[in-house]
Design a protein around this ligand. Structure first.
Ligand code: ANZ
Length: 897
């Protein structure tokens, strides 16, 4: 009988379940290891082979660390709020909850089939009221705090100092003052509203709907915002202590994007008073003398007040058109040199030279960055240059290359640093010094100051959706916002029949009137939280998932946190990690968690790529509509050293192409099928053997079959099949076998251990493969102890088979907690002895002969090595030597004729 995964795997899965082998409990006596996967959104299509790549990697680490004596926490759960279930509800009327839990069951079944060593007793779903109760509780912590810039941390809002004049103005004023300072605040922020579909779209969804012919407009809506910008600098600084890949660290830094510069004050011409000022942020205050006009974002609050009557119609029309464009579209258009804008009719005074310069509005200036207004320096900024050329505005040179090389700023902007020219008090200064000097001057004149800006924006935290966490807030008749109180948590979602927003874009919850309207005339908040919310803190809940009185106990948090290893897709390199780090820092400031950062080490697994096929002939491929075939339509012809693909019916020659797996491309591999045919151990092994964990790699069926054959051969080292009978355990040898087998074994222990530590799993697997191959080649039966150690080494990768073989050796218990084997250093040194090589009696060199070649027994091999050595081949031609004299253990003398 061949290796029978179909009986072995369910048996061990049942065993682990029954014995709760992976249940984690706090144990101060053992070091802890917290290894976490990015938990999945349980989609309707189930798992594809891309998911288990990361999950197998973490499972290897979890199993390995347990054997190393660590107390391992390895949990799994569901990021189960989200749009697909809501869309499905709109289409079918099925409640998103029913659909979600159906999908969870399917995901769980699939994950269980793969034999991952999760502590399932800690399973959580973000949609469970027991879970989102605490998501709401954390929101209340954030809402209940302000950021103290002096202490550089969040503090309870009750500790916010209230200025005397606010205090004097009464309760309402105090209330309003607090609301302005909270880390969660209400703001009229524009959303992407699609009137046809009656949905608010996320930025990344806009393009798709516009292509489908739907109108999408930006409309202002009352939205909850989280003040993540208060944490910008800490979110940058604390990256230094993390063991994350340089590329992810870079992406985080770029997203937050710190820029240093100055804020400069321009007076409005012909007006006076503090309102008659225009503030701009610039990274190049040294170019102030070259500012020939100013630009406001169309949404800038000053636009309506400064616009002259003559320009009003044009300005209003322009403001209206830009409202239709998303910020992304505006940025893209600006980058492509598409410059539009309108003159407001107003002028400002340049503070360095009192020049009167025109004020324009244009949508390449964004309201959300800096001050929403710029001084335009067309000589040295490419965007301003393109705009000035289009609008016929003056261009002045104020920086020259330090090399003295001539430039023509009329033709092209010169954005590089250099030396200031035509710039009054900073003339001849290099850019860095010029910036500093002009900033000092501005500060002294009270016309500006040094300023740091971040691209990071506050986080738009509300969604007009049903399937999300309700906000635990109410709006009182007085207009004040209040917490429902911690005792009233969770605020559960109301039952509704209709999951569509109202025609005006009011969220679906607004229609559940009996839920919204409270007896005292207050109304519940009807937005829900974004899907990010639940994933911002699930790693904390896993520490103490059944705690009914707190989100986690400090004992559990202090024992398990931080996460030692976090593995997930690179698509979460920015937002999820940034949001989770932000929440973590707020919780840290308020004393709820004890670490500054949640995730110590982060690894992003690569993508698994799937195959589709396109015509090989480039002309056929480009003619007519694009033709792409999926593997079912294609026949593979094996040509020995190559393969060819042809269409099964038309016989057209095709070539293979690799893409990210996706249902729409038709290149998805279903893990259920792979497991049915080859088993979970093969699938796990193959996922890890495809290449380095962080690299993307194509899914190749031949590779899967190869891994299956390897496991079959490992099985054969333990079992023989007498004719027509059940498999029978082999009679194994003594101990760790011969010296040679021991050396092989200990080399394998050393290699596998070191490679697992580095998470170089593909090479760890190859060293297991080499072991099995060499044992087979030697023909020596495996020693009983060597066999046990092999099981242990195999266990992290192919745990079902490893348990089966371990049991066959007579061990009554699972090997989950067997101590990891240690390599004996003495057996790792390659022993050798020295052979002197002579030609015609003259010494010509020395050779290192491996200790495994016995000087007395291996005469033939040793003389052959000597003949092939460089020392000899230089003297010996094609002719065979006359005589070869071998003195065992000492020398070989080649006598030529
Ligand atoms: C004058 C200037 C001269 C600028 C020059 C650059 C080069 P970063 O580095 O990305 O922070 N800017 C400021 N606010 C803006 C807004 N809301 N929308 C569009 N552009 C804005 O960019 C800062 C620079 O981007 C600022 O420095 C400003 O242009 C522009 F030779 O001011 B600069």
């Amino acid at each position: 009988m061949p290796y029978d995964h179909a009986t072995i795997e369910p048996r061990w899965q049942a065993y682990w379940d029954e014995h709760q082998s992976f249940e984690a409990k706090i144990d101060e006596a053992r070091p802890k290891y917290y290894v976490l996967d990015m938990f999945p959104y349980p989609s309707g299509s189930g798992l594809h082979v891309g998911h288990p790549e990361g999950y197998t990697a973490t499972d290897i680490m979890a199993r390995y660390k347990r054997m190393r004596g660590f107390n391992v926490l390895h949990p799994m759960g569901w990021d189960s709020f989200g749009l697909p279930a809501e869309r499905y509800a709109m289409k079918t009327g099925t409640h998103p909850r029913d659909r979600t839990y159906e999908c969870i069951d399917n995901f769980k079944r699939q994950l269980k089939m793969l034999g991952f060593s999760y502590d399932w007793s800690r399973e959580i779903a973000t949609t469970d009221p027991d879970y989102y109760k605490w998501t709401q509780w954390i929101f209340l912590q954030i809402w209940g705090s302000w950021y103290d810039a002096e202490q550089d941390k969040a503090r309870p809002i009750s500790e916010l100092p209230i200025p005397a004049e606010v205090e004097a103005a009464g309760d309402r004023a105090v209330h309003a003052y607090r609301d302005e300072h909270r880390l969660a605040y209400l703001h009229d922020a524009p959303v992407n509203w699609c009137p046809d579909l009656r949905v608010v779209l996320a930025n990344e969804e806009v393009a798709e709907q516009v292509e489908a012919g739907h109108e999408v407009i930006r409309v202002p809506m009352h939205q909850w915002m989280l003040k993540i910008t208060a944490y910008a600098q800490r979110l940058i600084d604390d990256l230094d202590d993390l063991d994350w890949s340089p590329s992810v660290l870079e992406m985080q830094r770029n997203w937050i994007c710190r820029s240093e510069g100055a804020e400069v004050v321009f007076e409005l011409d012909g007006q006076a008073g503090p309102d008659a000022q225009l503030r701009v942020f610039t990274t190049r205050p040294d170019t102030l003398f070259g500012a020939t006009y100013m630009v406001l974002a169309p949404e800038h609050p000053l636009v309506s007040t400064i616009t002259t009557d003559a320009q009003r119609d044009a300005v209003e029309a322009y403001v209206k058109t830009t409202a239709h464009r998303t910020e992304r579209e505006r940025q893209v258009a600006a980058a492509e040199g598409d410059k539009t804008g309108v003159f407001t009719g107003a002028h400002a005074i340049n503070p360095v030279n009192d020049q009167r310069i025109p004020i324009w509005i244009a949508d390449y200036v964004l309201m959300g960055y800096g001050t929403g207004a710029i001084m335009a320096v067309p000589g040295h900024d490419a965007r301003d240059h393109a705009f000035a050329r289009t609008m016929g505005l003056p261009i002045v040179q104020v920086v020259a290359p330090a090399t003295g090389e001539p430039i023509d700023v009329q033709a092209q902007a010169y954005p590089e640093p250099g030396v200031a020219v035509n710039s009054g008090l900073i003339n001849d200064l290099p850019t860095a010094e010029a910036k500093q000097k002009i900033t000092e001057w501005l500060t002294a004149q009270a016309k500006g100051e040094a300023r740091v800006n971040y691209k990071l924006r506050d986080w738009l935290f509300s969604r007009q959706r049903y399937w999300g966490e309700p906000f635990p807030l109410i709006h009182k008749p007085s207009g004040e916002v209040a917490s429902v109180g911690v005792d009233a948590l969770p605020v559960e979602l109301p039952e509704v029949d209709d999951f569509n927003p109202s025609e005006t874009g009011e969220p679906p919850l607004a229609k559940a009137l009996s839920w919204v309207e409270l007896p005292d005339g207050s109304r519940r908040e009807t937005n829900t939280m974004p899907q990010w919310a639940g994933s911002c803190w699930y790693y904390l809940r896993f520490c103490d998932p059944r705690n009914a009185s707190a989100p986690w106990s400090s004992e559990a948090e202090q024992y398990w946190m931080p996460v030692d290893l976090y593995v997930g897709g690179a698509e979460h390199a920015v937002l999820h990690l940034l949001y989770a780090r932000f929440w973590h820092k707020v919780l840290f400031d308020l004393g709820h968690v004890s670490t500054r950062e949640p995730f110590k080490k982060l690894v992003n697994q690569g993508m698994v790529l799937g195959a589709t096929y396109v015509p090989r002939d480039p002309q056929a491929a480009s003619a007519g509509p694009k033709r792409v075939f999926v593997s079912d339509e294609v026949e593979e012809i094996n040509l020995g050293d190559a393969v060819e693909y042809v269409h099964k019916q038309t016989r057209e020659p095709l070539t293979i192409q690799w893409d990210k797996m996706s249902k729409s491309r038709g290149n998805v591999i279903n893990p259920d099928e792979v497991i049915a045919e080859y088993g979970a151990d093969t699938m796990r092994l193959y996922e890890m053997f495809m290449g380095p964990l962080e690299a993307s790699a194509p899914w190749q069926p031949e590779g899967v079959a190869g891994c299956f054959r390897f496991l079959g051969r490992a099985y054969r080292l333990f079992f023989e099949s007498p004719k027509d009978a059940e498999d029978r355990a082999r009679d194994l040898g003594e101990g760790q076998g011969s010296e040679r087998q021991r050396r092989l074994l200990h080399r394998t222990i050393a290699d596998v251990s070191e490679r697992i530590e580095r998470m170089a799993f593909n090479t760890a697997i190859s060293s297991l493969m080499v072991f099995v191959r060499d044992v087979e080649k030697d023909g020596e039966t495996l020693g009983r102890d060597a066999a046990g150690i092999f099981c242990q080494l195999l266990a992290p990768f192919a745990p079902h088979l490893a348990e089966e073989l371990w049991r066959a050796l007579g061990n009554p218990q699972s090997l989950t907690y067997e101590p990891w084997p240690q390599a004996d250093p003495a057996l790792l040194v390659e022993d050798s002895w020295t052979l002197v090589v002579q030609v015609n009696g003259k010494r010509r060199g020395e050779l290192k002969i491996p200790a495994s070649l016995d000087p007395k027994q291996a005469k033939d091999e040793i003389t052959e090595l000597a003949m092939a050595s460089e020392a000899v081949s230089r003297f010996v031609g094609d002719k065979p030597p006359k005589r070869v004299i071998y003195v065992p253990g000492r020398l070989v003398n080649i006598v030529l004729g």
